[in-house]
Design a protein around this ligand. Structure first.
Ligand code: SAH
Length: 349
């Protein structure tokens, strides 16, 4: 057994310089490899032709630059949405989706394998939480998604809305965001990154102190504690008042509007009464509401998860709009390849 290799993408560009110092290599060599892995998205040390052969050989023994490998790529004939299946070094599978929009390409990445939250309507949680993803595994989703997208294609936006609860993996999330944003890393503006949380109030407050200008999306999904607890067990620990208070702290510290996500579930949270309650609850806050018509997931125990009809969705939307709430309805992409929200938990084994 050789000694374990260092996972290079778990290190920040600054830490790679320190690592190279330990290997008695100057900092410009560190910057060269950083450039290969993050800018050129190279997956093979032998392709790093401006590094001397002795150094490439040394690096192959000391470090690993590939956190994920691609197993499958599916392209939606309907809207061009791309779905990838990636495998981690320990054999876990994860899916990643790229949506094509007029303002660029957006990749939806996961922050954990599985999820421990148990939301009623979500397939990602059905097998429970397996483990957190490392910063390098989050970066590699973006890197591989761009690499295999096509010639000249770039990833412009990132949404952390795949499997898992990102704020329950806060340290790794912050390290991921730093390297994603770093000029020597992926160089993506934090304003082009959205982090979606089920509303872990204590972690929202903690994250606010980082003052990172990402868009925070909070999965609200119900305007009262009773309904919310029925569909999101985490509400018992962090009820609505705590969640909304932490959102105020976030707005205050970071100076950014919050997005409230609201899944529309037929017969559960989609009545006119719920719409009025929601409008009342968030009236006057610096926020935008994104309505997500539920995706039906083919899974035992999820037969009750149904999308309301068009009229119901529209009536709900209109009540919010007429009450001066900034609101939109999420456009569905990639349903034909099972790439839509809440579906990212398929067994491919
Ligand atoms: N744990 C985080 C991020 C992952 S889920 C969170 O809860 O926000 C990303 C979004 O997809 C959340 O708003 C979640 O509620 C939503 N979602 C989950 N299952 C869904 C489904 N079946 N249909 C529509 N949206 C779903």
């Amino acid at each position: 057994m050789g000694k374990t290799k260092k996972m290079l993408k778990d290190y920040s560009p600054g830490e790679i310089i320190a690592l190279f110092k330990d290997l008695n290599e100057p900092s410009y060599r560190a910057d060269q490899i950083t450039n290969w892995i993050y800018k050129k998205k190279t997956l093979n040390i032998d392709e790093m032709t401006n590094l001397p052969v002795y150094l490439r050989e040394k690096l192959k023994k000391e470090v690993n630059i590939n956190m994920l490998t691609i197993k499958k790529k599916l392209v939606s004939p309907k809207d061009g949405t791309v779905k990838y299946l990636f495998e981690t070094l320990d054999g876990e599978l994860l899916e990643c989706v790229v949506m094509k929009q007029y303002y660029g390409n957006t990749v939806c990445i996961s922050s954990q394998i599985g999820c421990g939250l148990g939301c009623l309507f979500c397939a990602s949680t059905k097998g429970g939480l397996v483990r957190n993803l490392t910063p390098g595994e989050m970066l590699d989703q973006v890197i591989l998604a761009e690499k295999y997208l096509g010639e000249e294609e770039k990833i412009n936006n990132i949404v952390v809305m795949g499997m898992g609860e990102p704020l329950y993996n806060l340290n790794n999330l912050i390290r991921f965001l730093q390297t994603a944003n770093d000029a020597k890393g992926l160089g993506i503006s934090l304003r082009n990154i959205t982090v979606s949380t089920a509303g872990i109030a204590s972690k929202i407050t903690e994250f606010a102190e980082e003052k990172m200008p990402v868009t925070l999306a909070v999965s609200l999904h119900a305007p009262d504690d009773q309904t919310r607890s029925e569909i999101m067990p985490i509400n018992k620990k962090y009820p609505l008042k705590k969640v909304l208070d932490s959102c105020e702290t976030y707005i205050d510290r970071v100076g950014r509007q919050i997005t409230f996500e609201y899944i529309l579930l037929a017969g559960i949270n989609d009545s006119n009464e719920k719409a009025y309650k929601l409008a009342h609850l968030i009236q006057g806050r610096l926020c935008h509401v994104n309505l997500i018509p539920a995706n039906q997931v083919d899974h035992v125990g999820m037969e009750g998860v149904r999308r309301p009809d068009k009229k119901r969705i529209n009536d709900f939307f209109e009540i919010l709009r007429k009450n001066n709430i900034s609101v939109s309805i999420r456009k569905e992409q990639g349903e034909d390849i099972e790439g839509a929200c809440g579906q990212l938990r398929r067994r491919h084994l």
